[in-house]
Design a protein around this ligand. Structure first.
Ligand SMILES: [Zn+2]
Length: 184
C-alpha cells in the first residue's frame, strides 16, 4: 500500500511509477504512460482511498479558500465518477462493492486482497502473474492488457487473465519482436 506522504508534497505530486514531479497526478497520465484504465484502477492497485486527492497541497489549499468552486472542482477532478459521487452520477457504472472500497480500505477491511485470491483459486491470473510469466515489466503487462494484446476480463473493477491468454500474448509478443528485428 502506498503512503500518501511519499507522493503528495507541498508544491508537487510524484508519480510513483515514473517518479515524474507534477502539479496533479491525472487519470490521463496514468492511462497513457502506464496503461491503467484510469484513476479508479490506479487507486485500487495502490490502496489509495478514492477520496484522496493526488494534487500538490498548495493547490488543495487554494481550492479550500474558494468554497463552492473547490467542491465542484474536487468532484470533477478528484472523485472518480461513480464512486463516492455515485448517487449523482449518470447511470451506476461501478459495482456497489467498489463504492464501499474507500471506507473499508481506511479501516483495513478491504475485500480486494481476498477477492484476488478467490479468483486465483479459480484459475485466474492477475497482471502481476502475467508479467512474471511473460518475463515483462508489470507496467508493460498493463499496457498490453489495455491495448488488447493480452486478453483480460474486468471483474469488480479489477483485471484478470488466464493461462491460455497469457500464452497467446507470449506468441504475439514474440512475433512482434521478430518482425521488428527483421525490419532492422
Ligand atoms: Zn508516471
Amino acid at each position: 500500500m502506498m503512503n500518501i506522504s511519499d507522493i503528495v508534497f507541498d508544491t508537487y505530486v510524484i508519480c510513483p511509477l515514473c517518479k515524474r514531479k507534477m502539479r496533479t497526478l491525472s487519470g490521463t497520465h496514468l492511462k497513457h504512460k502506464h496503461g491503467f484504465s484510469g484513476m479508479v484502477e490506479f487507486k485500487l492497485e495502490y490502496g489509495i482511498p478514492m477520496s484522496t486527492a493526488l494534487v500538490a497541497r498548495d493547490i488543495k489549499e487554494t481550492m479550500h479558500k474558494h468554497g463552492k468552486r473547490r467542491a465542484k472542482w474536487f468532484k470533477e477532478n478528484v472523485m472518480p465518477k461513480g464512486i463516492e459521487q455515485s448517487k449523482t452520477a449518470i447511470g451506476d457504472m461501478v459495482p456497489k462493492e467498489l463504492r464501499m472500497h474507500s471506507g473499508r480500505l481506511r479501516r483495513g477491511q478491504s475485500w480486494i486482497p481476498e477477492y484476488i485470491s478467490e479468483m486465483k483459486q479459480q484459475g485466474w491470473l492477475d497482471l502481476y502473474d502475467a508479467a512474471t510469466s511473460l518475463n515483462i515489466a508489470y507496467n508493460y503487462a498493463r499496457k498490453c492488457a489495455t491495448d488488447g494484446r493480452l486478453k483480460v476480463i474486468h471483474s469488480k473493477g479489477l483485471r484478470f487473465t488466464k493461462p491460455e491468454w497469457v500464452e497467446d500474448a507470449r506468441k504475439l509478443l514474440k512475433e512482434n519482436r521478430e518482425k521488428w528485428r527483421g525490419g532492422q
